[in-house]
Design a protein around this ligand. Structure first.
Ligand SMILES: [Zn+2]
Length: 146
């Protein structure tokens, strides 16, 4: 079955309901494998509480997630994969994210690639684009009080 087909039939959050896929857990998070992996030994770290964003985690949950990310990447390296990519899926479900529940992918030997999110070849930013990004992000920092 393809991942897209599984998603069509999913009625409940799979990260809240599927407790038998746990490789390792602690008080606030668990380490599991990806049901539809990008590569062999693709792992996931999932907070136990159904949250959508990193910003919703409390300090204890952040520590639990961090501890399992460290264990997961050690497992990948111990198994023999030289590198891995940690990818956080934050925010609400839309066409770019299949499952609402915040989760962290640990993907062995995954190349991010030469294409951007729109499928265009990645390019180096121009000075004016860098200036705009810096201005926008610094303005946002002020608005969130950081
Ligand atoms: Zn959930």
């Amino acid at each position: 079955m393809l991942y897209k087909e599984l998603l069509k039939h999913m009625r409940k959050c799979p990260f809240c309901t599927d407790g038998n896929r746990i490789i390792k857990q602690n008080k606030f998070a668990f380490l599991t494998y990806a049901l539809a992996p990008y590569s062999s030994h693709h792992l996931l770290v999932i907070p136990k509480r159904h949250v959508f964003s990193i910003n919703e985690l409390n300090k204890k949950e952040e520590k639990s997630v961090s501890d399992l990310l460290e264990i997961g990447t050690r497992l990948i390296h111990e198994y023999g994969d030289k590198n891995c990519t940690v990818l956080v899926r934050d925010g609400h479900n839309n066409k770019m994210k299949s499952i609402d529940h915040l989760h962290y992918h640990i993907i062995p030997n995954h190349r991010i690639g030469d294409f951007d999110s729109k499928g265009k070849k990645r390019r180096i930013l121009e000075e004016k684009e860098i200036d705009r990004i810096m201005k926008d992000m610094k303005s946002c920092l002020e608005s969130i009080g950081k």
